[in-house]
Design a protein around this ligand. Sequence first.
Ligand SMILES: [Zn+2]
Length: 414
Amino acid sequence: MSNAFTWVFLAALAAASATRLWLTLRQIRHVRAHRAAVPGMFAETIPLSAHQKAADYTMAKARLGIVDTVLDVAILLALTLGGGLQWLADGWARAFSVESLWHGTAVILSVFLLKGVLGLPLDLYRIFVVEERFGFNRITPGLYVIDLFKHLLVGAVLGIPLLLVVLWLMQAAGALWWLYAWIVLVAYSLFLQMIYPAVVMPLFNKFSPLADPVLAARVEELLRRTGFRSRGLYVMDGSKRSSHGNAFFTGFGGAKRIVLFDTLVSRLQPAEVEAVLAHELGHYKLHHVVKGMALSWAFSFALLFALGVLTGKPWFYEGLGVASATPAMALLLFMLVIGEFTFFLQPLLSLFSRKNEYEADRYAAQYASPAELARALVKLYQDNSATLTPDPLHSAYYDSHPPAAMRIARLRTT
Ligand SMILES: [Zn+2]
């Protein structure tokens, strides 16, 4: 079973996968070629051993990325042209009527579970072998298992109702179902952002008020300078899982909370934490958060419109190896293959994100010390073993943050 669309799909899959592999190989080659010496501008601050660790860590992650790409292609082909989806649909047809919401839900959930199970070995290898080897892993096997079940539970509680509503709209709401589904999706994403910090995040981490009085005073002063209203300053026990550090805030309006990873607080000096936080405040003040949300809504609008068109086209199902043309199957096929078609938009998204990072850096340089931010960035890149010498093309394609050297060079001129 194949048609012209089969070849379009295979061409997109081949082009996207080849590009992924090519960029990864470039990254490995580039990092290896620059492994022997610390780049000039970091020669004073970063020891050779740390630079080489970052190179080895970057290459190890890139190699995992290759396995991941190949595995994804194999799973996608087995599910679609290999007949896996049709086999699942036939199997569930013995338990539920093919027309029912339950049949569609069962097929979709079993595919998600299957993909999760097949991806598990690689995830375990990544955490307990690669992250462990480089000294970043803090999670115990016990906590990993508990996390896994919590994620499953949260995913089911939050995801299944949404899935049922969308499938129901597809069946019952007529030609404009995709528009209603989009409205539901936007409303649901706002709802999730509201409950996430208060309901979901505490399931995984502990949040305690910032105890360090020196740092707290600095942060209060920064908030006053920038006119940022927040409801409290918290430290999160991120070190329970990993030694990578971060800072972020959650919530809307006056209910925003600022959250610092404990790893960040323990590694950076108060003035450096202040500068990092000023950068995060910059994202908020410059409306990057709202712009990002608007962008993702516009994107999902276009995607749902496309899906609305495709559900009525028999060639879409046939071309992807499926005989049963149900709404659930259309949704599932779309979710599985869309990434191969949108992959070529990635550089644009990365560019948008890096532009925001520079803007937030500039904001931070106004309200805090640019020199402290530069110092903090060097420490963060070093602690995370982020490579200082990425392949320029790989970086342009994927990186949401500009390379350290470029950020610091700009901070020095502000
Ligand atoms: Zn940022």
